[in-house]
Design a binder for this molecule. Structure first.
Ligand SMILES: [Zn+2]
Ligand SMILES: [Zn+2]
Length: 272
């Protein structure tokens, strides 16, 4: 396998996973990975549905860090285990996000958008009474705002996440339609020394592509983008490193020669 690092993984510390951290580590070693990075959810001021627990996407970071340090001591000579977080970016909580990011010695921070203007694209209501394009525009415009108001993160996660949930998903998606926002996002990341991730969960959502899709990956490369991490977004051991071979050939095809692993918030480059 040409990619030996999975940099987007959740465990029981995330409210939508019950995977033991140790089981994730053992599976990663069985697969021959050299690096993994746990990236539990931290989504402050999330808009929950009334019938679900109101803190699913809040991680007890002290408890998470404690277990991770124990695992590093136990397995660190066989597998590099990094301390990361998937931070839900929203424009009105910038100060809270800054305080949180600086409070821990993270190796890696993924900035993600699971919400858009206090609305959840996962819900049908996000797409109701308007066409899909309008909803997608709102999402990409919102990421652009998030990026310009906050910078304490390393890569932007699953950049076209909204395509998972649209009525026709990515069937009618065309980068040109959203070029203004997407180019602004990519340029801003590159200018500030940040990157994107290739998130292979897109394959399991039947998009036939990772997040982001090939067109966006190509554009990122064309604009000079080099910093790119790869993650499965696995919430259980069975999905660790899933579709990594597919991802490697896509990235090679798009002109990438390296992937990154972050350590102490700095990218280290590895060839495919
Ligand atoms: Zn996410
Ligand atoms: Zn995730």
């Amino acid at each position: 396998m040409p990619i030996l690092a999975d940099c987007h993984m959740h465990t029981h510390h995330s409210g939508d996973s019950d995977a033991p951290m140790e089981a994730m580590i053992i599976r990663a070693m069985e697969l021959g990975l050299k690096h993994i990075c746990f990236t539990e959810h931290q989504d402050f001021d999330f808009v929950y549905e009334t019938d679900e627990p109101q803190d699913i996407f809040i991680t007890d970071t002290d408890a998470y860090q404690k277990e991770l340090r124990e695992m590093q001591t136990k397995y660190g000579d066989r597998l590099a285990i990094r301390f990361g977080i998937e931070l839900g970016l929203q424009t009105h909580i910038t100060e809270q996000l800054n305080d949180y990011s600086s409070a821990y010695d993270f190796d890696f921070i993924i900035g993600s958008s699971h919400l858009c203007n206090h609305k959840d694209p996962y819900l049908k209501s996000f797409f109701m009474d308007r066409d899909e394009q309008e909803a997608y525009h709102e999402y990409f415009d919102y990421i652009r705002e998030c990026i310009s108001s906050f910078s304490n993160f390393d890569v932007y996660g699953h950049l076209d996440y909204v395509l998972r949930y649209g009525p026709t998903k990515n069937a009618g998606f065309c980068y040109q339609e959203y070029k203004d926002a997407i180019d602004a996002i990519l340029r801003s990341l590159i200018e500030r020394g940040k990157g994107i991730e290739l998130n292979t969960s897109g394959y399991s959502y039947a998009l036939g592509e990772p997040h982001p899709c090939r067109e966006i990956l190509l554009r990122y490369r064309e604009l000079g983008g080099e910093i790119l991490t790869i993650g499965s977004d696995s919430h259980d051991p069975s999905r660790i490193a899933s579709d990594f071979n597919r991802a490697a050939s896509l990235l090679t095809d798009c002109g990438f020669r390296h992937y990154c692993v972050f350590e102490h918030r700095r990218p280290v480059f590895y060839p495919f």
